[in-house]
Ligand binder design. Sequence first.
Ligand SMILES: Nc1ncnc2c1ncn2[C@@H]1O[C@H](COP(=O)(O)OP(=O)(O)O)[C@@H](O)[C@H]1O
Ligand SMILES: [Mg+2]
Length: 238
Amino acid sequence: MLLEVNNLNTYYGESHVLQDMSVAVEDGEIVALLGRNGMGKTTTLKSIVGLVKPKSGTVIYQGKDVTGFPPYKVVREGIGYVPEDRRIFPNLSVLENLKMGVKHGEAAKTATRNIWDFERIFRHFPFMKARTHQKGALLSGGEQQMLAIGRTLMGNPDLLLVDEPTEGLAPVTVKEVRDILEEINKAGVSILLVEHNLKVAMSLANRVYLMGKAHLGFSGTIEELEAQPDIRSKYLEV
Ligand SMILES: Nc1ncnc2c1ncn2[C@@H]1O[C@H](COP(=O)(O)OP(=O)(O)O)[C@@H](O)[C@H]1O
Ligand SMILES: [Mg+2]
């Protein structure tokens, strides 16, 4: 197992937002984490990368216990995180944004299997090559999303956590982002995907987790989910 998250309990103050939350990703998989707004999907990703500290439970990455590690150490292990708000640097160029994802010093020494350089990024994201000097602020929403993904890839992750990558994008751009995630996965990067677009999630993932309020409601394959329409209406907007 590449990532094993077991029984996380995470709080914001008194509010118990993850209750025994567990997810796992096998090497090579795309796994979708779905559920209505406010259920705890983002908090699950943040608990994995160390942006919030779970009170109990474990995060095991490639057999190593990384629970409670600060984000820079989790990232050093080979996990990449693309946050919901993308965090593109608006005043930096495309190239400079990509450079921000490069690891230096000790952090660069991790033995991940997926090594990226500008040439490889440009092969997957041709628009970036044509616009290396354009400022981040001038990119469209879809291009900013792809730049956020590209920048994270520059850190050579073996596992990518992606939070709502298609949110707010026009349908044609949704498909572009969807296709790039599939391409990156085929290139060797495993993905844990939080997504509100069920069609996108079902077309990409081999397995799905559905979150109810603060806890796991369902886990199974796409086929198992398709066979149970009642589960879908219970945990998802329909
Ligand atoms: N920084 C925070 N402080 C307090 N409560 C928060 C914070 N972030 C999220 N929450 C609450 O935690 C719950 C889970 O939020 P979140 O993980 O963002 O859900 P999702 O990503 O599934 O929409 C929600 O009730 C949300 O209001
Ligand atoms: Mg969220």
